[in-house]
Design a protein around this ligand. Sequence first.
Ligand SMILES: Nc1ncnc2c1ncn2[C@@H]1O[C@H](COP(=O)(O)OP(=O)(O)OP(=O)(O)O)[C@@H](O)[C@H]1O
Ligand SMILES: [Mg+2]
Length: 630
Amino acid sequence: MTTAPLRPRTGDAHARPATDVELEPVAVRFLHQPPSATIDPDTELGWMRRLWPLVRSHRRPLVTGIVTGLLAIGLQVLVPALGRSAIDSIDGGDRGRLGTLVVVLVFAGIGRFVFGFIHRYAMFEVAWGVETDLRALLYDHLTTLTFSYYDRTQSGQVISRANSDIRSMQVLLAFGPIVGMSVLSFFLAFGFMLTIHVPLTLVALSMLPGVYVFGQRMRKTVFPLTWVSQARMAELATIVDENVNGTRVVKSFAAEERQIGLLAKSADHIQWANVEAIRARARYNPIIEALPRLGMALVLLYGGWLAIEGDVSIGTLFAFNAYVIMLQAPFRMFGFLLLQAQRAAASAGRVYEVLDERPDIVDSPDALVLSEVKGRIEFDDVHFGYAKERPDGDLERAAVLRGFDLVVEPGETVAIVGRTGSGKSTVARLLARFYEVDGGSVCIDGHDVRNVTLVSLRHQIGLVFDEPFLFSTTIADNIAYAKPDAGMDEIMAAAEAAQAAGFIADLEHGYETVVGERGYTLSGGQRQRIAFARTLLENPPILVLDDATSAIDVKVEEAIHRALEHLLEGRTTLLIAHRLSTIALADRVVLLEEGRVVAQGTHSELMAKEPRYVAILAEADPAITDAGGL
Ligand SMILES: Nc1ncnc2c1ncn2[C@@H]1O[C@H](COP(=O)(O)OP(=O)(O)OP(=O)(O)O)[C@@H](O)[C@H]1O
Ligand SMILES: [Mg+2]
């Protein structure tokens, strides 16, 4: 092998649209920094109260936003009043006053613009900040949740919570304060108008309750519909996700029509909800928009009459008209806010549901860091069953392991043999503490796996499964997954040992070939070999191979075994296998039946004295009984 070239980074796979705008943040390093706060853990509190610590952590923009918002509102209410004085000074022929007022008006306008800008900017900064925090919290939290959670959760549901639910909370956070400010502006203007002319004020605002009432009516219809539509979007996401990921199954059963039918039904449901919502909007919106205009007409009628009588000035008329238009906004938006608040509350419920999910497997407070492992594994009277949710919501456990005992000495290779569904993979999962035992204990070098940190535990154990998951990145990146800074020489050595180097060299881009999603552009055997290389590169003292070579043909498997023989040296290995050729690698074979070890010994001992063993192997490979063993 020549000196190792440095591994180039994977290039940008997606072409960017031509644009003048810089699409990537400049000089920002994407280091994950956990949010400085989290939601209040007290589930009794309302959703806003629970969110408050997170909102408060964005103190600077929050305070800036509120202060500038108040200033902007003050100026906004002041402008029609200034306009009134200006117009009245025209009437009075006072040029100097008119000039001053116009200058003040211009500054008020500029101030209103500047404060309004800062207010919006700061409020959105808070809202987007909280959205980013929530998403980071959610993702961090999802990584702590255990397999038992993922066993019972649909990925479409998780995705829609991370996307649309967090978004709907963000919308409320962004618009809530803005609407709040405009409601405040209503009261300011209302008070101001009352000081000028009470009856005219009542006439001017007489139509606004109508804006609110019709708005509420519309929302009563629209809200449940948008909610239904949102929930159905999550359903649709799940269907699309399954169609895309399960496309091989769908096609092989020629079930496209049925799947398209499912999708169409789901899409129809969404469409129905959206069309109904639009129907309600189309009915009420024109009324809501016409009402303030009617208000203006009334102001002109009654106010005009008052002006002719000399009771109010033309400037007052002008100011009242401006207020009628200005003040419809709070009435319209307030309803929207109520709607959005309901929606955000429901979304928050769904997001908090995930965040409140307690991981059932965590580091114990005094957990040790497992290091310098010799590799002695001990399962002592292990009892275990997967939790299943019954229709009434209770959890029920069907025992898989019942008194499983096994000791593997450092450096030993032990094969676990058993019928399908007997719990072999379960043994591997318990060793890595993917699930917690119901009884008994699992120890490595005498340390109970419950007393060591999860990270250190999993670093000591290399697991290779029969259905390996590859990421849609380069082969080199996939192999270096456990050790991202690995040099090209290490990657190639690992590939060599896993007998993957040959086929990788034949690929057009070699190690830089980007594999399709989940590695589907490779054959099953090729994927297994990459997964093998990935684990070998990590070089863990304990190796668990769960049917890891099942898709690899016997010749290649032999080559892997030759490579493995010296790789397995000094390493404790659990082999889960159906094939005789794989079992032959083991120093000792244990037979798993009815949740416990029913027999053990070398392969030939078991062949000689254990009819159950012979029977199981014969099921896997009928040639065995004929050949009489190895
Ligand atoms: N995530 C899970 N949730 C619930 N039950 C499970 C889960 N995984 C496995 N089981 C059940 O536990 C039992 C043991 O499963 P396990 O995967 O350990 O079998 P196995 O011996 O590895 O089988 P195979 O040889 O087919 O891989 C099976 O009856 C299976 O249905
Ligand atoms: Mg299995």
